[in-house]
Structures are given as C-alpha cells and as structure tokens.
Design a protein around this ligand. Structure first.
Ligand SMILES: C[S@@+](CC[C@H](N)C(=O)[O-])C[C@H]1O[C@@H](n2cnc3c(N)ncnc32)[C@H](O)[C@@H]1O
Length: 208
C-alpha cells in the first residue's frame, strides 16, 4: 500500500464522526451554488476528485447526475458507498490522481475537486493530475477547483499543502481553460480555525 493510501485510510479509520474532520461541511451549498449558475443538463457526467465522505456525491445523485466518484482511500469510498446505497448512476474508482488512471473516463461535463489537488506538492504529481483532467473534460465542459488559498495554513491533515492563486490554477490548466469566476471562501474548521479556500470555475473552450 502506498504511503498516501495508508495515510488517508488511517485518517478515515480513526474518524468515527465525520464532523470532526478538519474539512467537514454539513452541506454542499457552496459547491451547489456554482452548479446552479451553470444550469447543467440533467443528467450531466461529473467526476468527483477525492470525494472522501462528503455530502456532495449524495446531493448530486439526488439532482439526477451521473457520477464518477474517486478517492485514494478505499475506506472512504466504502463508507460513502454504504451511506449512499446502490445507485446505477454512480461509478466508484479507487485511484491516486497523482498516477495515471487505469480505467478510461467518459467525456466529462464537470470535474469537481474540493481539497484534494492542494495535497499534490510535487511537480510531477501535479502534472499527472492536470493531464488526466485535461484529457477527460470535454470541450465546453467545466472544472471547479476549491483549494487552500495563498493565505491558508501550510498543512492540512498532517500533510504539507500547495496553496493556490487563480493565476496558478489557470497556468496549470492551460490556454484551453477560461476562468469564469473565482472567490475566496472563508471556511472555518470544526475546531474553529480559519481556512480560506480559493474557489475557481473554468470552462474548457470549444475548438474553432
Ligand atoms: C481533505 S479531504 C477532502 C474530501 C472531500 N473532497 C471534501 O471536500 O470533503 C481529501 C480527500 O482527498 C483524498 N485524496 C488525497 N490525495 C489523493 C490523491 N492523490 N488521489 C485521490 N484522492 C486523494 C483523501 O483520501 C481525502 O478523501
């Protein structure tokens, strides 16, 4: 088992109560607000990077979307799958996004990542992550990234993080991806610590 898998499995094994996790959100309103503005077709095909045990996949399934739910932690995926129950619109992938995917992805309408990319601190890992994303999102599709902003803490979950500006996200995504909107969202951890996240929404341009 890789160090990354082991690290996250250990965290999820210890957390009987999700509401103690430093990234816990009682609801998905912040992300759902972006989706409302996009007015996505139903069903759309949405990839969730590092879903953890968040409420988002359940909420998106309730809205009728088709999901590919990924995480490096098999334990987190199993917990989430038990909570959500069988659903023919959900595909589960246990994968490390710093490595090439072994399964082929369908063309994606939207890629959502809250608090996963910022754990990739090595250039090669980030390059692989963005290469997977760039291949998978269809022209006209969207990318929503929510990562620690430049002002946020230097560590999360015991790991160093790479903090982002919207310019750096744009540079990594490349010229095909246009920044549509961005904001700093002031999240507070369950223990009361401030964690400013940069939310940035991009659209992949259609070729002329
Ligand atoms: C801070 S949690 C965020 C979970 C969820 N996105 C949320 O907002 O509640 C980070 C999640 O990313 C997963 N993760 C970390 N590194 C990963 C990687 N390289 N590939 C895939 N998932 C990863 C962890 O297992 C964990 O579930």
């Amino acid at each position: 088992m890789s160090g990354r898998r082991q690290h996250w499995d250990t965290i999820f094994a210890k957390s009987e109560d999700d509401s103690r996790l430093g990234w816990y959100e009682r609801n998905s309103d912040q992300i759902l607000g972006y989706l409302d503005r996009l007015d996505l077709a139903i069903p759309s095909t949405i990839f969730i990077a590092g879903a953890g045990t968040s409420m988002l996949p359940g909420d998106l399934l309730l809205r009728g979307h088709r999901l590919i739910i990924s995480d490096v932690s098999e334990l987190a995926l199993n917990t989430l799958e038990r909570r959500i129950g069988p659903n023919s619109r959900a595909t589960w992938i246990n994968t490390d996004l710093a490595r090439p995917l072994t399964a082929a992805l369908p063309p994606l309408d939207l890629w959502i990542d809250r608090a996963v990319l910022h754990f990739l601190v090595e250039d090669a890992d980030r390059r692989q992550y963005f290469s997977t994303l760039q291949e998978a999102v269809r022209p006209g599709g969207y990318v929503l990234l929510a990562q620690f902003s430049k002002e946020a803490a230097a560590k999360c979950a015991g790991l160093p993080v790479h903090r982002y500006s919207e310019e750096e996200m744009s540079d990594n995504l490349g010229a095909d991806y246009m920044l549509m909107e961005h904001e700093i969202f002031h999240y507070t951890t369950p223990s009361g610590a401030p964690r400013p996240y940069l939310y940035a929404l991009f659209e992949r341009q259609c070729s002329p």
